[in-house]
Design a binder for this molecule. Sequence first.
Ligand code: UDP
Length: 357
Amino acid sequence: MKVVTVIGNRPQFVKAAAVSRLLREEHDELLVHTGQHHDDELSTVFVTELGVPRPERELSIHGGSNTEQTARMLAALGPLVAEERPDAVLVYGDTNSTLAGGLAAAQAHVPVAHVEAGMRSFDRRMPEELNRVLTDHLSDLLLCPAPAAAENLRAERVAGAVEVVGDVMVDVAHLFQPRAREDDAPLEALGVTPGEYVLVTAHRAGNVDDPARLRRLVDLLLALPLPAVLPLHPRTDARLRAAGWLSELEQAPHVRLSPPLGYLAFTALLVRARAMLTDSGGVQKEAYLAGVPCVTMRDTTEWTETVDAGWNVLVDLDAQAALAALERTPPPDRPELYGDGHAGARVVSSVARSFAG
Ligand code: UDP
């Protein structure tokens, strides 16, 4: 079987780490990096650290509006898929690269497999939500991380086959979190002590693109009562500089800024944090897996199971709510919500069963 896999941003490199090597044991894969994230620290670092194969094709498409970027990706991926004629195109998650890869394949009558299908925040203002919904409706094989995702797809009457395989990010977390617990270097480099700091990530368009929302984010970070480690996503860095507010964070004694971290250093900081404060999707899950309480700076989440389990609280950008949530003691139980860490193998076998030959 020949598969073209399309990835483009940081979490997709992490997800591909659970699948590409396994896929290549018995099948041919052409890995295409759209370039959506072009900084090395958001892409190639994962090739080195997580053993993601080096992409065979780099399209170098980044920047511009979501529509424009997706259109440029489509224009590049259409001919590529037509020329390669794979048995299937594999896409992950909810980015412009996901939608462009899926649509280019569907237009070329090549079957599409979507990993992380069925997740919904039910917030259509998020570009990610549009990408999820559209990709799910053009996919032939919908591989879900959890039963609720499969329920969402059945409710929407998608045309493709739906299967719950577990979450591929769990595979990667299971592999690396235990080692990360022994790694003191990233904590020492940032001058923090295990259990006595909050790890923060923030980069959603809805939080950083609008200056009024960005200001609320800055005020929330300034109000935190304990050391806060903040690896700055390039988008957030650019918006803070443009608004002239980066220096406020640089000067706050409790805030430790850093460039985006590699997966290993980030995971070392995550597993020993007192709490995670984030607007990321994947990080909400990773915190849950590590047994670190999560406070999410959004008013919706597609990872609702973590909220229902009592390990994640949605506070939007409300500083008081965030401070109160950080005080909470997490519940004693942490049930397995997203599979057993072998989702990658199920993705490979399901794609092969569906499309090989
Ligand atoms: N991550 C990382 N370094 C960082 C911040 C995050 O390696 O400085 C990893 C994190 O462990 C997770 C992924 O990047 O696996 C999440 O990516 P991101 O937050 O960009 O995307 P989202 O999940 O929100 O789509």
